[in-house]
Design a protein. Structure first.
Length: 90
């Protein structure tokens, strides 16, 4: 899992955060978000509201937005890369 813009999400670094999880085979993106929130309390509330991704934020699995997969119910497999994307400005 990679967290881009970690300072935006309340983490204490500007560098991309990489977290490796060893999880069961049928884990979903939503369950991984719960695990990540236990490591970084409050992160989930800055990304999700009422179980949906806050507009302008995104979660990718292998470079694809979960909006085009099965949302938070997207099932992950060994080797998948999940990326948390903050809103971009420019």
């Amino acid at each position: 899992m990679k967290i881009f813009g970690p300072k935006y999400f309340g983490l204490d670094t500007y560098d991309v955060v990489t977290v490796v999880f060893n999880v069961r085979e049928d884990v979903t993106v939503g369950e991984v978000m719960d695990m990540l929130d236990s490591m970084y309390p409050g992160l989930k509330s800055k990304l999700l509201r009422d179980g949906r991704i806050i507009p302008m934020h995104d979660i990718w699995v292998n470079g694809r937005s979960i909006d085009f997969l099965h949302g938070l119910a997207t099932v992950l497999k060994d080797g998948d890369v999940v990326q948390i994307i903050p809103p971009f400005g420019g």
